[in-house]
Design a protein around this ligand. Structure first.
Ligand SMILES: [Zn+2]
Length: 222
């Protein structure tokens, strides 16, 4: 399968934009494998259907690139860097460091987008993962089944950050899945009515992420 077998300027019907240039890019074409684009389509649909009516429709998604001359899965056409999601009435801007925003509502919105991405992509590297990702969300579909992996820093920092803004857990976001993180995650699963087997049952983990996103995008805790 060729890495660049598809070129597209929308995902899920939502136009793509490129913001990392002073030159106005009228139409941005991303390239990837067909299978990867299908996952992006599903993600873009989720951004529309998970958001409350006050957000309005998704107007555009800004990307720093999909198939680009970068290592690993970008070079295979199986990765996407997300800079910003613009709904009619709201914005989630990883490119502006929204994971560390002063307002909890903005961080919750970022958690909502992050959670929706994890329903489609095993590796989501976010602002808590490392300094290289404080200005974009990296999505790729390497790494196997879409379950929660306590041994993956990418999964653990997300759960810790989510627990801090959704149940005020006051966890260190350090990627270490210790007893406090385990308890906070258990509390979150209980509050959304999801059984605890999210590390073995992908359907359950995806259901957890969906319910988390619905609350987070509405600026409601769990
Ligand atoms: Zn990337």
């Amino acid at each position: 399968m060729a890495a660049t077998e598809r070129a597209y300027r929308t995902i899920g019907g939502v136009p793509l934009r490129y913001l990392r240039s002073d030159v106005r890019v009228r139409t941005y074409y991303a390239r990837s494998t067909a299978a990867f684009e299908d996952k992006l389509d599903a993600f873009a649909h989720d951004l529309g259907r998970a958001a409350p009516p006050s957000y309005g429709a998704v107007r555009y998604i800004a990307t720093a690139g999909a198939y680009v001359n970068k290592p690993k899965l970008h070079g295979l056409g199986r990765a996407f860097d997300l800079d910003l999601v613009r709904w009619q009435g709201r914005t989630c801007a990883p490119i502006r460091g929204h994971h560390g925003h002063a307002r909890r509502a903005v961080i919750r919105r970022y958690i909502g987008v992050d959670a929706l991405a994890r329903r489609r992509f095993k590796y989501v590297l976010d602002g808590w993962y490392n300094a290289a990702h404080r200005d974009h969300l990296h999505l790729d579909d390497g790494g196997g089944a879409l379950v929660f992996n306590a041994g993956y820093r990418s999964d653990t920092v997300f759960i810790q950050a989510a627990a801090n803004v959704m149940i005020n857990a006051r966890l260190a976001v350090d990627g270490v899945y210790g007893p406090k993180t385990r308890r906070a995650f258990a509390t979150m699963k209980d509050r959304v009515g999801i059984a605890h087997r999210v590390s073995s049952d992908a359907r359950l983990y995806r259901a957890f992420l969906w319910r988390l996103a619905l609350r987070a995008l509405r600026n409601k805790g769990l």
